[in-house]
Design a binder for this molecule. Structure first.
Ligand code: SAM
Length: 280
């Protein structure tokens, strides 16, 4: 079942949180000259047209990236991410949103490499086309979870692994944990960044318990809620679980998350959370 299309959601508050964390991790990895691998298990189409039918139908980006991209009190932590957004939007109008593979493409250096997988029959060709001329990148129409076994450890022994499934099937909540566990067995020093939606809080509590039970250490949780938890349909918050976070990430997110919350949720409801779930 592949009914999820990220084009309906691109640039929403969850993307803003995810891509803020992604860009800060990439910038931290770039502090050393040594190359690293960026592995995106669920890459999506890459580029999203915000004036397109899908994005306009939901208008989610209007309550996400549109609320922050032109703010003049932008915290410095958001600069790398926002520079990429501006690169795709030269004028005053917000027309395109870069997904995680394009954010990585713009931020990575010549010596780094990208490995992207996407399964959707419509999104995969779009992704492949975006990267046709990028020699650092391998794009595959393959199962993202399999990559955690097949592509790790990277030759460079440094890497960021972004795991961003659609959670359209409930087993994704278990699949992400076993996928990370498999990856970690092969590459325990990698940085793993897992995105999750809060639809039913119990699912996230269980996912975290399962992750803790693997014995993996050094796990940071970052969450941005736009509404109180609810048992009604719909996402009320989203978060990132980061394994082996760069040492500055917690402080950076402490600096930037209250600002993001105030801009993305002007009504002041919801919450922010940054917590070390498992210490080093
Ligand atoms: N990471 C992207 C970004 O931030 O721009 C968004 C990805 S979107 C949330 C999830 C994507 O995973 C969808 O495009 C979907 O087609 C794809 N997908 C679903 N199951 C997959 C699987 N088992 N392996 C690889 N891709 C999958």
């Amino acid at each position: 079942m592949l009914s999820y299309r990220h084009s309906f959601h691109a640039g929403n508050h969850a993307d803003v949180l995810k891509h803020t964390v992604q860009s800060l991790i990439i910038e931290a990895l770039k502090e050393k000259e040594k190359p690293f691998l960026y592995l995106d298990t669920h890459a999506g189409a890459g580029r999203y047209q915000l004036s397109g039918e899908h994005a306009e139908r939901t208008g989610e980006y209007l309550e996400g990236i549109a609320r922050i991209w032109q703010q003049d009190d932008l915290p410095s932590e958001l600069e790398p991410y926002m520079n990429v957004v501006r690169h795709f939007n030269r004028g005053e109008q917000l027309r395109y949103y870069p997904g995680s593979p394009l954010i990585a493409r713009e931020l990575l250096r010549e010596q780094d490499s990208l490995q992207l997988t996407e399964l959707h029959p419509s999104d995969f060709p779009l992704l492949r086309q975006e990267f046709q001329k990028d020699e650092r990148t391998r794009v595959a129409r393959a199962d993202g979870y399999q990559q955690l076994k097949a592509k790790l450890p990277p030759v460079s022994r440094r890497g960021l692994i972004l795991i961003d499934p659609p959670y359209e099937i409930k087993t994704d909540y278990q699949a992400v944990v076993s996928g990370i566990h498999e990856g970690y067995k092969r590459f325990a020093t990698g940085v793993y960044a897992l995105w999750y939606p809060v639809v039913l809080r119990q699912q996230i509590k269980r996912m975290l318990r399962d992750l803790e039970a693997t014995g993996i250490r050094n796990i940071l949780q970052i969450e941005l809620g736009v509404r109180p938890d609810s048992d009604q349909r719909g996402m009320t918050a989203s978060g990132m679980i980061v394994i082996n976070p760069p040492w500055k990430l917690e402080a950076q997110m402490n600096a930037v998350l209250p600002w993001l919350h105030s801009k993305l949720v002007p009504a002041g409801i919801g919450h922010t959370l940054i917590t070390q779930v498992v210490p080093e």
